[in-house]
Write a protein that binds this ligand. Structure first.
Ligand code: ADP
Length: 201
């Protein structure tokens, strides 16, 4: 519960100067899509590319966050909402630190993604929709989770017995059944350059 005696302290150093020092405009690249659609793979490859270009980044990965900050949360609808809310707030803090933040979470509900979008300024939220077909994600099944979901060993699995709400107007759409890792990364880098989030290389 919010305490009325807790007042926001406005510090001197702003997001703007922190970002300027890093020669980039902070933003959140929010990767959303089915398990196995390539969120972690592409976000990881993108972070490596941005690092090589001298940029300052941070990658928040779904599974990793569930080992720490969100280890008390499960996969019920209420817990999924809280999972995304916390990640959104953490992403916002990293954005405020001037970083290019990559967040890779299934984040199946439109309303939750909208909640994160509204946490930051308009151009700072870049939704990257991994539009890889379910059949391809299931064929890859990198963690063996689809197999378990089909056999009923896991319940509430997105794409099988829990819905995934497709984004209506994502900034970037990728389909890793058709695009290589390099092609997907290039498309995101193009977007970042075109929108002057990073300088053209
Ligand atoms: P998610 O984070 O969405 O669950 P992952 O990145 O963990 O997905 O898994 C995607 C899997 O698909 C990995 O095993 C990866 O090696 C494989 N893969 C095959 N082709 C591609 C591609 N073009 N882009 C991304 N991943 C690919």
């Amino acid at each position: 519960m919010k305490d009325e005696n807790v007042v926001w302290h406005q510090h001197e150093l702003s997001k703007f100067v922190r970002a300027k020092q890093k020669k980039q405009k902070p933003c959140i690249l929010w990767f959303t899509g089915l398990s196995g659609s390539g969120k972690s793979t592409i976000a990881g490859a993108l972070e490596q590319r941005l690092y090589d270009l001298g940029h300052h980044t941070y990658l928040l990965d779904g599974d990793n966050v569930r080992h720490g900050l969100n280890k008390d949360l499960g996969f019920s609808d209420a817990d999924r909402v809280e999972n995304i809310r916390r990640i959104g707030e953490v992403s916002k803090l990293f954005c405020d630190a001037g970083l290019l933040v990559m967040s890779a979470f299934i984040s199946p509900f439109r309303e939750d993604r909208q909640m994160v979008r509204e946490l930051v300024e308009g151009s700072e939220f870049v939704e990257v929709f991994m539009d890889t077909p379910l059949e391809e994600c299931e064929r890859r099944d990198p963690k063996g989770l689809y197999k378990k979901a089909r056999s009923g060993e896991i319940r509430n699995f997105t794409g099988i017995d829990s819905t995934y709400e497709r984004p209506e107007s994502p900034e970037i759409v990728l389909n890793t059944a058709l695009q290589s890792v390099d092609e997907a990364v290039n498309k995101i880098i193009d977007y970042l350059e075109t929108h002057q989030i990073i300088a053209e290389g």
